[in-house]
Design a protein around this ligand. Structure first.
Ligand SMILES: [Zn+2]
Ligand SMILES: [Zn+2]
Length: 347
């Protein structure tokens, strides 16, 4: 499976503001002066080695991820419809979805705005012939999506969009199995109004997406068997919206602190942990600082695993066997650019 993180911002879309952009520019120019950059042939190498807070952005789109199974199917499974769904839909229009021959499978963790707001802008939904399958444990998902898109709030009501829609209510202990061999099941999470983690399994590898959830010290003390769902996951992408300090004043808001996310992933023997659902008030510089603190915290715990990553828009992570149609370069691209910045060194 190839996992692509398309939107990683929590709560609200968070575009880069002019002030922050200028600060980055200022830092880049200072760095160029410091390094004595002299001609244009040096630019690419210079940009590649910039400190992460200057050379990258975490991105402002809200939650949407794509799971590409290892088959030839080029339409990924989608989890959540935050604002990053719009550019994904535009890309899908270049394939079968643009011809009204697409089958799209979308899972919903829950229906807070930051997880559904991209759906009205998902072009494949408006093409006759396309089939969209909507999955969640909520038995009223259709009415929730219809209500966000009535004509008072959007020019085209949900039910008038031309694709064929199927709603599938997921049941506990009844994983869905797809023809390509992928199975998907879920786990209920603590969050206002409820939220669900999804586990994708294929060829013995497991990927879990768990956002909008609050884990606390009480969960750390609970029996590991209570969290069998999470144990030994190859990859866990987990809500870590707040620093520990900020979490103290936001207890019960339904999000986990970075520190607790690492603690609980250690307890569950997760192999790779990606911290996501970044707080909109945090700048890129702040998020990079948070990640440094996260690595320090892991070192203090003296554990090998999980390997830590900070979610960034566009990040790709391979789990298990390589997906057909993705090249070595695609899969490596992110770790190369993330390199020192967004990944710990495994220590
Ligand atoms: Zn959210
Ligand atoms: Zn939420």
């Amino acid at each position: 499976m190839l996992i692509k993180l398309l939107g990683v911002r929590g709560s609200l879309p968070t575009p880069l503001r002019n002030q922050e952009y200028r600060q980055k520019l200022r830092g880049v120019v200072s760095e160029a002066i410091r390094q004595g950059l002299e001609d244009e042939t040096q630019i690419d190498a210079f940009l590649k080695d910039l400190p992460p807070h200057l050379g990258q952005v975490f991105g402002g789109d809200t939650t949407c991820i794509a799971v590409h199974p290892a088959s030839g199917e080029d339409i990924p499974y989608i989890v959540d419809c935050g604002t990053a769904l719009r550019p994904l839909g535009d890309r899908l229009m270049e394939g079968p979805c643009g011809r009204g021959e697409g089958k799209v499978h979308i899972f919903f963790t829950h229906t807070h705005w930051d997880h559904i707001q991209g759906l009205p802008f998902f072009k494949p939904m408006y093409i006759p012939g396309n089939e969209i399958f909507f999955y969640s444990p909520f038995d009223n998902l259709e009415s929730r999506l219809t209500r966000q898109q009535i004509d008072l709030f959007f020019p085209m009501p949900f039910e008038q969009s031309a694709s064929t829609k199927h709603f599938v209510t997921l049941k506990e202990d009844a994983p869905i199995r797809f023809e390509d061999g992928t199975t998907v099941d879920f786990f209920p999470l603590r969050h206002p109004g409820g939220s669900f983690a999804y586990r994708f399994r294929r060829d013995g590898a497991s990927f879990i997406f768990a956002t909008d959830c609050e884990f606390t010290g009480q969960d750390l003390e609970r029996d590991r068997a209570d969290f069998e769902f999470f144990l030994n996951a190859d990859l866990l992408v987990l809500d870590a919206q707040y620093t520990l300090d900020d979490h103290f004043s936001k207890f019960d808001w339904g999000h986990t602190s970075i520190t607790m996310a690492i603690n609980i992933a250690c307890k569950w023997a997760v192999k790779n942990l990606v911290l996501t659902h970044h707080e909109p008030a945090y700048s890129d510089a702040k998020l990079f600082e948070n990640f440094k603190s996260a690595i320090e915290h892991k070192r203090a715990l003296q554990v090998e695993r999980p390997r830590l990553y900070m979610a960034r828009e566009g990040m790709q992570i391979q789990v298990g066997r390589r997906a057909a149609g993705t090249t070595e370069d695609d899969a490596r691209a992110d770790s190369a650019s993330a390199g020192s910045a967004l990944e710990d060194s495994g220590r």
